[in-house]
Ligand binder design. Structure first.
Ligand code: C5P
Length: 221
């Protein structure tokens, strides 16, 4: 599958999800199941999407003690998902436990660590970490790479530095994608799809610009 687009299915009703996916094809994009949908429908929503031929990114951003994360990732891997994620700030032992969980599983999803959420701006990140966004994203990316994680979630603004300073094969998954001249909602570190791809992003996570569009299929072509 060549598409770099991952659609964030941030809906709260099963009907809305199924109506949306009925209009798109599995070769056009992958689908992201996040906290809202998973809390409402659990593993069955993942099975529904698999039955329709879609690959799924289970975006539950695990952040807990290493044993709990190990067990949660084992269950996620057994569901057959394509990608799972954890928070890099969970620390080295937690990241290694997540890696181990995938090594011990038959199905091996890509393991991605969230660095700094794309909704956070410099002032907020400084308030929490006493560090700039760029420094903190790089620090957490390096920690993730050293712990055996396959890649990171970051904004497209940080991709170039991660690829050049850490490893060009380290996967960059970028949310905060906005089509030109549209509202940014609660995202602050945003970029257009073509600029994000030019910056080296491996996968673009796109939610509201596509899910709230009247022409989602056209936007994917
Ligand atoms: O609607 P929008 O395009 O902003 O959706 C972005 C999606 O990516 C949301 O589901 C959000 O939870 C997710 N995400 C993010 N920033 C991260 C990790 C995930 O926006 N760092």
């Amino acid at each position: 599958m060549n598409s770099k687009v991952i659609i964030a299915l941030d809906f709260n009703s099963l009907d809305e999800v199924l109506n949306f996916v009925a209009n798109i094809q599995p070769d056009q994009c992958r689908l992201k199941v996040g906290k809202e949908l998973f809390t409402a429908y659990g593993p069955n929503i993942v099975r529904e999407l698999h039955q329709r031929g879609f690959e799924v990114f289970l975006d539950l951003k695990f952040h807990d003690i290493p044993t709990t994360v190990y067990k949660a990732i084992r269950v996620a891997a057994d569901l057959g998902v394509w990608m799972v994620n954890v928070h890099a700030s969970g620390g080295r032992e937690m990241l290694k436990a997540a890696r181990q969980a995938i090594n011990d599983s038959i199905n091996k999803p890509l393991l991605i660590a969230v660095t700094i959420l794309t909704s956070l701006d410099d002032a907020t990140v400084f308030d929490v970490y006493s560090n700039s966004v760029t420094e903190q994203v790089l620090y957490l990316s390096k920690l993730s790479y050293e712990s055996g994680v396959d890649g990171v979630v970051c904004s497209a603004h940080e991709v170039g530095l991660i690829k050049s300073l850490i490893n060009s094969n380290f996967i960059a998954v970028t949310p905060g994608i906005r089509l030109s001249n549209e509202k940014s909602d609660d995202q602050t570190r945003i970029m257009t799809p073509s600029a994000a791809l030019d910056a080296g992003a491996d996968y673009l996570v796109i939610g509201r610009p596509i899910t709230q569009s009247n022409h989602p299929k056209e936007l994917l072509s």
